[in-house]
Structure formats: structure tokens, C-alpha cells
Design a protein around this ligand. Structure first.
Ligand code: GLC
Ligand code: MG
Length: 578
């Protein structure tokens, strides 16, 4: 009896232990899963423009195998996530933003199998990968479009927006910026069984997919509501595209022109509603995935359910109104004629509105805008100042390939695959081949130069990775240090608080504070060619220790009621405050 009882209690004990272990395991899995779900908060992205990164097969165009070869390099910078501009099948009339088949990788980059291999290799190294989802339009060579044009009651008829005529109220009117209200320019004449015009998004060869209209006009039967069968079918198709690649292991997407899918929606109410639905579906199906909006309005995109949205550096780094690059108007120029106010007002409004909800990304550059090295902002010291800014701001940093070595924005290039948006904006200058070493074509490709996607910078002193690896003062090694510092501190992370300490109306130098949980850093940026001194309301610290940057005689003197800071010409200083 006793033995029996003992056995019973033992069994009970064992059972309890067993359950306890299970519960513990489960809890641990939960926390692991939780940690992984929020990977994007710690992300430091790298943007790759695939045709210009690394050519493996020697045809002059970058490819997936080339990218695989260079993953170790990307990782060595401290990067842990990559996003690629579109790699799907395309006639390349807009650099791949004209997709002809969303379910296949374009053959110039490789195959779907190569992509799966890239995902596996990247994941082995702890790198996350995001593709570019061109959600709002396709190429006119996409079979959906071809089929759509054939009649009114076919499977794809309502995938696009077809009109019999240009309505009178639109005639002679240009589109309002941001596609908010469409003008005559959006109606592309195209006689077909389906209609006489279609609505385009960007170039004529980019017919807009039909996500519906915010307030359909009953006199315009082509203006369908966002809940109509056509727009709903388009949503289903895009969910299918998303699932297809997510199920292959991709970690998320950068969503092209996310803000403009619904037509004639100035307040973005309907667009936000559509995205709330899509984001909810996405998060339920892929809790580990992320969607990054190209919306340029974090407040709105956050409400729409996105994790991250871009904001342009705008007047800080470039001003291209008058040509390919006009350095003197921007903040990060050595003549010190820039201002901070416009950027600050926009940034702080967005920052305050989204803090704790979603993240702002200030990319160093991208395939649409000039690089950090542009015009007379071309010395390593100048580039270090700008890089310090981008890697010490809150939110999610994105380094555009080549910016970490100071590749130059080239002017005077020809129009390559739609790079020439309008006469003053040739984006080719930011899309030239990555400079790896001092061998032929800067190590980008073994092909003849006449086959190269775009010419390599011809400057004999052009920067390259191999050279900068060897130089402890290079921009590359400085960027690595900045990333290490950022990763080592909660205050400098995506979530740390940000506060401008200098007077917004006295723009030079720019002084700001990053803080979290009692940790605090002070960052001082002086892009100008003059030594500067500034007083800021005291931070009431006991000590300011320089953790990054060369003081060049500069200092941080703690005082009351002001702290006094001095900084040498063209330099950046990061102080840890204690
Ligand atoms: C986005 C892309 C740009 C492209 C445009 C049209 O703005 O970044 O490169 O030309 O969308 O798809
Ligand atoms: Mg190739």
C-alpha cells in the first residue's frame, strides 16, 4: 500500500515536473518568438540596387549570385537587414518598378531558386531580407494588363482603371503632388476592347492597379469603391504575391508608393482603410514579417499599420530644384548657408506623432535621390559628419549601398532604364556600380566596360572597399564604429529619446541629445568650414566623455546655466554624458 502510494506520489511529482518543464519550454519559446518578432527594432538596413552591386556571371549586370558573394562584406559593416529594389521579371522601363511577373525573379538576376538560396545564405548569417513590392502599378507588358484590355467581363478586366474619355473637369489640369487628385496627365490614350484610356501611376508604361476611388463619382462609372469586386480581386492578388515570397522565407517588403494606391484621396482616409485591412491580414499570417512604407508621412502610414516609413533628408542633404545637385542650399554643406527649421518642423511633428507606435527611417540616400557624396560635399570628413547624423538619429537607419565608402553621385549620365524622371532629375547618378577594389571595373564585373549596367566612376582616386578596409580613418571604418556604438547603447537605439538642444534658428552647429534609462549622449555636428562655439541650456551632467570623433581642440564644458561646446571645422563629436 505504502509503496503503491509512494509510487503514486512519485508519479504525480514526475508528472508535475514534466508539466513544469513543458510550461517553461513554452514560455521560453514565447520569449524567443517575441524577441524575433521585434527584430526590426534593432535593424540597421542596407539598400541594394541589384543591377549595380556585384556581377557574378560577367554580363555587366549585378545578380543574385554576386549578392551572395558579398553578404559577408555587408555583415562586416554591422548591417543586419537588406532591402532590394525590385528583382521581379520586368522590361526595365523604370529600373524594375514596371513588373511583368511578380512570381518570378528576372532572368538577368537569376532564378527563383537563386533567390531561395540567397534567403538561406542570408539567414545563416543572421541577415534579414526585404523585397520591394510595387503594389500600385504594373508594366504594360504584364499579362494581367494585356488580358484586362481585351474586354469588360474577363478575369482581369477590372484589375486596371479604364475610361471611355477624359472627363471635362479634369481637362487641362495637372495632377496635384503626391497623386492626390488626378489630372489629365494620368489618362493614357489606349484604344482597346476595354476602353479608350487607362490611368497610369508614374510613366505611361505603368498602368495603375485598381484599388478603387476614395469618393466614387456616380457620373464616372470607372470610379469603383474600394470594396467593389475589382479592387477586392486586386487586393487578393497582391496578398498572393506577398504570401508567395513570404512563404519562400523573405522577411518583409518595402512597399513602393504605398500612399497612392487609392485614387483621388487627398485626406488618405480610404488609403489608410485599405492598408489597415492589408496590414491586419499580414500581421496575422506573418507575425515575424514587416512592411516598410514608401509613404513619406509616418503619421499616416503608422495609422495605416506600417512598422516603418521613410522621411526624406530633404533640405538637409540635397536640394535639386535647380539641377542635378545644388549643394549650397542644403544643411550639410561646408559654406554653412543651410537652415534647419523646415526639416526640424516636419521631423518633430512626425516624430512626436509616431513615437512608441512606429519608426521613422531617414535613409542616407536611395536610388531616387543624390548620394551623400555630391557636388562639393566630397571629402571624407564631410561625409563622416553626415554619416554621424544618419546613424545617431532615432528610428531605423538605412545605408544606401556605396554610401558607406563615400561613392560619388555622378552627374551628366545618360538615361538608363527610365532613370531620367524629368530634365533636372537623372537618378542614374546614384545607381552606378559598387566600387569593390582597384581591379578592372572597380571589381564590379569582369565584362567589357561597354556592357556595364552604368559606367563606373572614372575618377582615378575613386573610393573602394579594399582601400578603405586598410585605412583606419576611412569612412567605411568610421561607419563601422558608429554602428557598433549605436548597437551598444539603448539611448542611441531606434527607441532612445531625441531632443534638439541647439537653437533651431541658429542652425550651426547642430546639437542633440539621445537618452534612455539614465544613459545619455550628446551629438554635435558641424558641417561648415569654421570652428564654432555654442551654448546650450545645461544638461546638468558631471562629465562629458568623447566617445567618437576627433576633438581637434573642440570641447564640452559643463556649466550653469549653460554648457559650452566648441567644435572644429567639418567635424562631428559624440559625447557620453555622466
Ligand atoms: C518609387 C520608386 C521609384 C519609381 C517610382 C515608380 O518612387 O522609388 O524608383 O520610379 O516609385 O514606381
Ligand atoms: Mg550578371
Amino acid at each position: 500500500m505504502d509503496i503503491l502510494l509512494n509510487n503514486k506520489t512519485n508519479r504525480m511529482k514526475n508528472l508535475r515536473l514534466f508539466f513544469a518543464v513543458i510550461v517553461l519550454l513554452f514560455l521560453q519559446m514565447e520569449t524567443f518568438a517575441q524577441a524575433d518578432l521585434r527584430w526590426y527594432e534593432k535593424a540597421i538596413f542596407y539598400q541594394i540596387y541589384p543591377p549595380s552591386f556585384k556581377d557574378f556571371d560577367g554580363d555587366g549586370i549585378g545578380d543574385i549570385k554576386g549578392i551572395i558573394e558579398k553578404l559577408d562584406y555587408v555583415q562586416s559593416i554591422g548591417i543586419n537587414a537588406i532591402w532590394f529594389t525590385p528583382m521581379f521579371s520586368s522590361p526595365f522601363k523604370d529600373g524594375g518598378y514596371d513588373v511583368s511577373d511578380y512570381y518570378s525573379i528576372d532572368k538577368r538576376y537569376g532564378t527563383n531558386d537563386d533567390m531561395v538560396q540567397l534567403i538561406a545564405k542570408a539567414h545563416e548569417k543572421g541577415l534579414k531580407l526585404c523585397l520591394d513590392l510595387v503594389i500600385g502599378h504594373t508594366s504594360n507588358e504584364n499579362p494581367w494588363f494585356v488580358e484586362s484590355s481585351k474586354g469588360t467581363n474577363l478575369r482581369y478586366s477590372d484589375y486596371y482603371i479604364w475610361t471611355p474619355f477624359v472627363p471635362n473637369e479634369v481637362k487641362g489640369k495637372p495632377t496635384v503632388r503626391g497623386n492626390d487628385i488626378m489630372g489629365e496627365d494620368k489618362y493614357v490614350p489606349f484604344k482597346s476592347a476595354r476602353g479608350n484610356y487607362y490611368i497610369k501611376n508614374f510613366y505611361d508604361i505603368q498602368p495603375a492597379l485598381n484599388f478603387g476611388f476614395a469618393n466614387p463619382n456616380p457620373d464616372h462609372p470607372w470610379e469603383q469603391s474600394i470594396d467593389a469586386p475589382g479592387p477586392q480581386a486586386v487586393q487578393r492578388e497582391m496578398k498572393n504575391v506577398i504570401s508567395f515570397w513570404m512563404d519562400k522565407g523573405i522577411d518583409g517588403f518595402r512597399v513602393d508608393l504605398a500612399s497612392s494606391i487609392v485614387k483621388n484621396d487627398p485626406g488618405k482616409k480610404a488609403t489608410i482603410k485599405v492598408w489597415q485591412g492589408l496590414n491586419l491580414w499580414f500581421r496575422e499570417k506573418y507575425p515575424q514579417g514587416i512592411l516598410i512604407a514608401e509613404w513619406f508621412n509616418p503619421k499616416q502610414s503608422s495609422e495605416a499599420g506600417f512598422n516603418i516609413d521613410f522621411m526624406r533628408g530633404g533640405s538637409l542633404v540635397s536640394n535639386r530644384q535647380g539641377g542635378e545637385f545644388q549643394p549650397t542650399i542644403c544643411y550639410f554643406a561646408r559654406d554653412g548657408k543651410g537652415q534647419l527649421k523646415d526639416w526640424y518642423d516636419q521631423f518633430i511633428a512626425q516624430y512626436d506623432a509616431t513615437k512608441g507606435k512606429s519608426y521613422i527611417s531617414l535613409p542616407t540616400g536611395n536610388h531616387d535621390n543624390p548620394r551623400l557624396n555630391a557636388g562639393d560635399r566630397n571629402t571624407t570628413d564631410q561625409l563622416k559628419v553626415t554619416m554621424t547624423f544618419f546613424l545617431t538619429m532615432p528610428g531605423i537607419p538605412v545605408i544606401y549601398y556605396g554610401d558607406e565608402i563615400g561613392m560619388k553621385f555622378l552627374t551628366g549620365l545618360y538615361n538608363k532604364e527610365g532613370s531620367q524622371g524629368d530634365s533636372s532629375k537623372n537618378r542614374a547618378g546614384s545607381r552606378t556600380p559598387m566600387q569593390w577594389d582597384s581591379t578592372k571595373n572597380a571589381g564590379f564585373s569582369t565584362s567589357g566596360f561597354w556592357n556595364l549596367y552604368l559606367p563606373v566612376d572614372k575618377d582615378p582616386d575613386r573610393p573602394n572597399v579594399a582601400k578603405e578596409e586598410q585605412d583606419s580613418n576611412s569612412l567605411l571604418n568610421y561607419t563601422r564604429k558608429l554602428i557598433q556604438l549605436r548597437k551598444s547603447s539603448k539611448a542611441l537605439s531606434a527607441d532612445g529619446d531625441w531632443q534638439l538642444l541647439s537653437d533651431v534658428n541658429k542652425p550651426y552647429p547642430m546639437v542633440y541629445n539621445r537618452s534612455a534609462g539614465g544613459e545619455s549622449f550628446c551629438i554635435i555636428l558641424n558641417p561648415t568650414d569654421k570652428n564654432l562655439t555654442v551654448d546650450i541650456p545645461t544638461l546638468k551632467n558631471n562629465k562629458a566623455s568623447l566617445v567618437l570623433g576627433k576633438a581637434k581642440g573642440g570641447y564640452y564644458k559643463i556649466g550653469s546655466p549653460y554648457d559650452r561646446i566648441n567644435i572644429g571645422a567639418v567635424s562631428a563629436l559624440v559625447f557620453k554624458m555622466e
